[in-house]
Design a protein around this ligand. Structure first.
Ligand SMILES: CSCCC(=O)C(=O)COP(=O)(O)O
Ligand SMILES: [Mg+2]
Length: 413
């Protein structure tokens, strides 16, 4: 029988960690145990939660100074039998961290599915390999740009901004996550316009570009809207997954007619993941859960951008999206927010070749426009992959030189 294993970071009274673990294992499953009659124990054995391990942690940071002498912190690893829940994320998340998430200083920091349970989830339909095949790009990180300033603008503005981003050499362009259905650039018209523009730019550059249109609106309409998008020629979807829930993402990913990559945006993630004491770790929230549910690309704030995550958190997300799995493809990690060409060596050093470098302002803010910004990123990526410093590369790459003058360069640590 399969199981799910949760690891919790708890802050509690010294000497109480083992009792807390037992209370959780029983409280979230059979309720009580020791005083039950043997017959009942036999009946309930297959439903009882199990304490796998309890590890007390040394206090290791300024934040822990507030633990005080009477408290401690530790990791509690507890497994729950699959007999207790249906094999879907709403049931699993409610089982392991439903009521418990409201019960004081406790954070869900890891979640592991037994293989039979993991096989109930689709994982990325395309993932790293499938997206590389669509683009015919294999030997470098991908570059993605983000529409900016489209709200309140018309379709001609949209088409020209897309044209410039694509001519500059980005591999993907995504809607900003705040672009919803609107009368000036309606969903279906953005798709058909993008199809025409990207066909034109491909004849000029010889390179393909994926456009991730933002799939928005009421949940009941999403599947049909996504199918319609594909019919119209959409070649990727952007999805604000946490505003809807991972099970909706899974519904889209499992639908055979929605045969395009799905890009998961981290909007709202800070509400659940930013506290050191409460909530859900980003590696679970933006990594494992989204990969299991079918995200082909997972966006998250980089460690050095405008809404920076701690480096170990960003690397934890990337690892959760890409780590070896006997069940699911790897999804592309997409470190984002406040990214400019000068950060490419550090991004490449941190996230490696199978990553997508994503920028909005770092593309559109370039003095030579979006095309210039895109070129600067491609030049920086080529330099990083070849082991050439940006300063040297800038000598023969005008757009990169301009970008470094404007935003500076960061040598990889
Ligand atoms: C917070 S991760 C997703 C980044 C994003 O959606 C975005 O618009 C970033 O724009 P920027 O101008 O900071 O590159
Ligand atoms: Mg955005």
């Amino acid at each position: 029988m399969g199981k799910v294993t949760a690891t919790y970071l708890v802050h509690d009274k010294k000497g109480n960690l083992n009792k807390k673990a037992e209370d959780i294992a029983l409280g979230l499953t059979v309720g009580s145990w020791t005083n039950l009659p043997q017959l009942e124990k036999d009946q309930l054995e297959k439903h009882k939660g199990t304490v796998e391990s309890v590890t007390e942690l040394e206090s290791d940071s300024a934040a822990d100074q507030y633990l005080g002498s009477s408290r401690t912190k530790g990791l509690l690893k507890i497994s729950y039998p699959a007999a207790n829940f249906s094999p879907d994320l709403p049931a699993i998340l409610t089982t392991v961290f439903g009521k418990l998430s409201l019960d004081g200083e406790i954070k869900l920091v890891d979640l592991e599915l037994g293989k039979s349970l993991a096989q109930q989830f689709p994982g990325p339909k395309f993932g790293v390999d499938g997206i590389r095949e669509k683009l015919d790009v294999y030997n470098r990180p991908l570059v993605m740009s983000i529409f900016k300033g489209v709200l309140g603008k018309d379709l001609e503005f949209f088409k020209e901004q897309l044209r410039q981003q694509s001519l500059g050499g980005v591999d993907l362009v995504k809607d900003d996550e705040i672009l919803f259905e609107n009368p000036l650039t309606p969903f279906e018209e953005r798709i058909t316009a993008a199809k025409q523009v990207l066909s034109e730019t491909e004849t000029i550059t010889g390179e393909k570009t994926l456009y991730a249109v933002n799939l928005t609106g009421r949940s009941r309409n999403l599947r049909d809207k996504a199918r319609r998008a594909v019919e119209l020629g959409a070649n990727a979807l952007l999805f604000n997954v946490l505003s809807y829930g991972p099970d909706i993402l899974q519904e889209l990913a499992e639908d055979k007619e929605i045969s395009v990559p799905i890009m998961a945006h981290p909007a709202l993630a800070g509400a659940a993941g930013s506290s050191a004491l409460y909530g859900i770790s980003y590696s679970v929230l933006l990594g494992k859960i989204l990969r299991w549910s079918g995200a082909d690309l997972g966006l998250f704030p980089s460690p050095y951008g405008s809404v920076a995550l701690k480096r170990e958190e960003a690397l934890g997300i990337s690892n959760a999206l890409t780590e070896e799995s006997a069940v699911h493809r790897a999804a592309f990690p997409v470190p984002s927010a406040g990214i400019h060409p000068g950060l490419v060596p550090q991004l490449f050093s941190d996230f490696g070749i199978n990553s997508v470098i994503n920028a909005g302002g770092g593309i559109h803010g370039h003095p030579d426009g979006a095309a210039g910004g895109a070129r600067a990123f491609r030049q920086a990526v080529d330099a990083a992959v070849s082991g050439v410093s940006l300063d040297v590369a800038a000598l023969t790459n005008k757009e990169l030189g301009t970008a470094l003058e404007l935003w500076g360069g960061v040598a990889a640590k």
